[in-house]
Design a protein around this ligand. Structure first.
Ligand code: HEC
Ligand code: HEC
Length: 349
């Protein structure tokens, strides 16, 4: 982006910050353009590391029976998320949470719906040894990768060591930091292209910051305050999932979940942490009812008295948040060993 263009973005963000402040006493941030991806000092981005991370992301041999990769549940063709309410891992076991998209995860301070991991590095090993996701031990994954000459060479090249759990986590995280969204109708509108959003989306934007009260939580360039809130999702049962409380042990965190980004939300149905709502309009009807009553319901959750048309306008606005994002096939993966490559046999090690 040119320096001139950058100035316009900054000025617009400032103008919007000023006007958005009116809608809420809490002074939330403007929904401006995305800043550069934050990169931790101990895991700088390099081309070779990103290539290794990409191979590992698409690598079914990270799972116990060599059938499930990260891409199985976070599929590039379905917005780097999954189309089912919850996921099916190894041995056809079904989990209880909806797999969010990994697009823009690089910007989030917390990973998972309950925020139990901080960095992408911390997150990446979780699914490998989760018994119902990839079900493999970390020791075994390291052993398997070191038995594949192509991987051993790549790890040596990137980290100067054989494969390690630390190296696996760093390479996958570096790859995920490249999966971020680009311009959307909304960002072009923000930059001054008044034709970029439909009239419905423009009305939806006003509702989002006003009557709908959405920006109380969905704030900032990511449309997330990076906080945790109880909307009552899943709270109607006798002993509900504790959500954030399981991580912090604080009673006030019962039933709280991370505010997800709304960038590209339109391509990652179904919605909410348990995948319980099918369409964005269904989610709007959920909000219009004020969520599900429970003792820990967030005070910002109130019946909204939105009309059907207003809910449709909010959906049109969220659709305008769909930016470009990378879509790719699995790269060629290193063969098990020269012998098995010659005979064309892959499979178990
Ligand atoms: C069997 C399906 C499955 C597999 C395989 C899987 N994930 Fe996930 N992933 C999920 C689910 C479900 C969640 C949400 C879980 C939760 O929040 O408790 C999730 C959450 C995440 C998140 C956090 C997203 C957010 O918005 O908080 C990231 C990042 C992620 N996975 C990356 C990966 C990587 C990297 C791999 C491979 C090493 C992987 N996943 C393998 C199902 C899967
Ligand atoms: C009190 C804070 C809060 C308010 C107000 C709020 N949200 Fe949310 N939003 C959240 C949280 C937290 C979740 C995840 C809840 C869960 O799954 O348990 C969420 C989930 C969503 C989702 C589902 C995203 C996904 O990836 O599954 C959409 C869409 C959404 N919100 C849009 C809106 C809109 C539009 C409004 C205004 C009408 C709004 N939100 C108001 C906090 C809030």
């Amino acid at each position: 982006m040119s320096r001139m263009g950058m100035c316009v973005w900054v000025m617009l963000a400032l103008v919007l910050a000023g006007s958005a402040g009116r809608a809420s006493g809490s002074g939330f941030l403007a929904n401006g353009p995305l800043p550069p991806v934050p990169v931790p000092a101990d895991n700088p981005q390099t081309d070779a590391k990103i290539r290794l991370g990409r191979a590992l992301y698409f690598e079914p041999r990270l799972s116990a029976d060599n059938t499930i990769s990260c891409a199985t549940c976070h599929n590039p063709k379905t917005g780097w998320a999954n189309i089912t309410p919850t996921d099916t891992g190894i041995g056809k076991q079904v989990g209880d949470r909806n797999s969010g998209t990994i697009v823009n995860s690089a910007y989030m301070q917390f990973q998972f719906w309950d925020g139990r991991a901080g960095s992408l590095e911390e997150q990446a090993l979780g699914p490998i040894h989760n018994p119902i996701e990839m079900g493999e031990t970390l020791d075994n994954v390291v052993r398997k990768l070191n038995a594949i000459p192509g991987y051993r060479d790549m790890f040596q090249d990137v980290f100067g060591t054989d494969a390690t759990t630390d190296g696996i986590a760093k390479a996958i995280a570096a790859f995920e930091r490249t999966i971020v969204s680009g311009p959307s109708p909304y960002s072009r509108y923000l930059a001054g292209d008044r034709e970029a959003m439909s009239p419905a989306a423009v009305r939806g934007q006003a509702l989002f910051n006003g009557k709908g009260h959405c920006s109380a939580c969905h704030s900032g360039p990511l449309f997330s305050d990076q906080g945790f809130h109880n909307l009552g999702v899943g709270m109607q049962v006798a002993s509900p999932n504790p959500g954030r409380q399981k991580v912090t042990n604080k009673p006030g965190d019962l039933g709280r979940y991370k505010t997800p980004t709304l960038l590209n939300v339109a391509v990652t149905a179904p919605f909410l942490h348990d995948g319980s709502e099918k369409t964005l309009l269904d989610v709007m009807m959920f909000y219009n009812r004020g969520g599900v009553p429970n003792p820990n319901l967030d005070p910002q959750m109130l019946p909204l008295a939105l009309t059907k048309k207003e809910m449709q306008d909010l959906v049109a606005f969220m659709e305008a948040l769909t930016g470009t994002y990378p879509v790719m096939e699995a790269p060629p993966l290193p063969p098990d060993s020269p012998a098995s490559a010659e005979t064309g046999k892959g499979g178990a090690l």
